[in-house]
Design a protein around this ligand. Structure first.
Ligand SMILES: Cc1ncc(COP(=O)(O)O)c(C=O)c1O
Length: 400
């Protein structure tokens, strides 16, 4: 019986240049971002400058993770305890976690069959709640029609924070994902488009928001050492009223990331090459559906999702188990129990009401949605083997 033996969590090695830079940091012992010699700029500051330039944004802050960057961004944008934050219901646990961390309430918004936010529901819930804040998670790299998103944002005067953990390198109609909102956060955690183990990047064009974010991140009043910061007077009125939440990136991680940033666009192209091959194969399997994507969406296919619309709960369970036995790791957001990086909104029960919240559209989509990583260590031949196994299992379980 055909089995797949490669590991779905295996990333490519850190580029030699990154290893060299990191070794240099290790040899000096100057890992902390503010541990620099007089006149020297550390790699964390270099990375901020380079990422801001890549994104075409004025400011950038390097953080310990995307989750902490999201929390800091929410606070810096003005979210106060008890405020309501609108958020799409299909996202990963650190996103509601950041909202909870900011002391806010969450108002979850439905998704459509193409996995993106339901704009009618967003409009209705913005009206009903009067919420000022909107955290849009471009989950698994699926971008909604950003022109229409921005219409709703403008209509309700929402403050938009983009979660770009899965869209680093992506764009909508030529405009980079992360440049639509008031601020955006990116992840450099191992499974993302640049890998430093853990790490987050926060961008904004707003000097006041960035000044607060830098102080929140734990600048120990050394904010002048930042690589893409506002003028020093922006810090004057916030520095004594903004707590230190200690969420800095260190020079070691930044050293790993600097060379990766130079190669990011190329990596995105490689991912998409793999993704398109995998998607073409999946779409030929009876019983499999993948939503079509708008030609204006330039996504980064570092993972792939599809639906098995004919399958019931037990059948999907059996499908995942059979694929797993044959070496194909598929995740399932319709699972009643949160497992391995995957949880559905009704398991975020620290928010009152989510356990019983009924979002029928989202539930229907997630019930039969399968989700799979596509690491760059895979080849097209690997994708063929994976597709053959998926097809076999679908036939065996009569899901076609
Ligand atoms: C959609 C999404 N947003 C945010 C995050 C948070 O990223 P980090 O792990 O860097 O905190 C993740 C992490 O996987 C994610 O998948």
């Amino acid at each position: 019986m055909l089995t797949f033996t490669k590991d779905f969590t295996l990333q490519e090695p850190i580029p030699d240049e990154g290893i060299e830079l990191a070794l240099g940091v290790l040899k000096t012992g100057r890992l902390h971002r503010y541990n620099t010699m007089k006149g020297e700029r550390g790699y964390a500051a270099d990375l901020e400058a380079a990422f801001a330039e890549y994104m075409g944004s004025r400011y950038c802050l390097a953080c310990a993770s995307c989750g902490s960057a999201l929390y800091i961004a929410l606070k810096s944008l003005g979210v106060k305890a008890g405020d309501t934050v609108l958020c799409n219901a299909y996202t990963l646990a650190p996103v509601p976690g950041a909202i909870d961390n900011a002391g806010a309430n969450i108002e979850l918004v439905e998704i459509t069959d193409d996995y993106t936010i339901d704009l009618d529901d967003l409009d209705a819930k913005a009206t009903r709640t009067g919420a000022r804040f909107f955290l849009l998670s471009h989950m698994r790299g699926h971008m909604a029609n950003m022109d229409k998103v921005m219409e709703v944002v403008r209509k309700h005067n929402l403050i938009l924070l983009e979660d770009c953990a899965h869209t680093m390198g992506g764009s909508w109609d030529g405009k980079k994902s992360g440049t639509f909102g008031h601020a955006a956060c990116f992840s450099t955690q191992t499974y993302k488009h640049m890998n430093s183990g853990e790490g987050g990047l926060l961008i904004t064009n707003d000097p006041d928001v960035m000044a607060r974010a830098i102080i929140y991140s734990g600048s120990y009043m050394l904010y002048s050492a930042h690589g893409a910061r506002p003028d020093l007077d922006a810090f004057e009125h916030v520095k004594k009223i903004t707590p230190n939440f200690s969420s800095r990136m260190d020079n070691l991680r930044a050293a790993l990331l600097l060379p990766q940033l130079k190669n990011l666009d190329n990596q995105c192209r490689r991912w998409n090459d793999l993704y398109h091959h995998m998607q073409d194969r999946l779409l030929k399997i009876p019983g499999v559906t993948c939503p079509s994507r708008d030609p204006r969406e330039y996504y980064v296919g570092s993972s792939i999702q599809w639906n098995l619309p004919k399958a019931g709960y037990e059948q999907i369970e059996a499908f995942i188990a059979r694929c797993d036995e044959r070496g194909v790791q598929v995740k399932w957001f319709g699972n009643r129990e949160p497992a391995g990086f995957t949880s559905a909104y009704d398991s975020w029960q620290y928010f009152p009401g989510l356990a019983t919240l009924d979002l029928p559209k989202t539930k229907k989509v997630l019930a039969t949605m399968c989700d799979m990583r596509l690491p760059l260590t895979f080849s097209k031949e690997d994708c063929d083997i994976i597709a053959d196994i998926i097809e076999d299992v679908i036939r065996e379980l009569r899901l076609d």
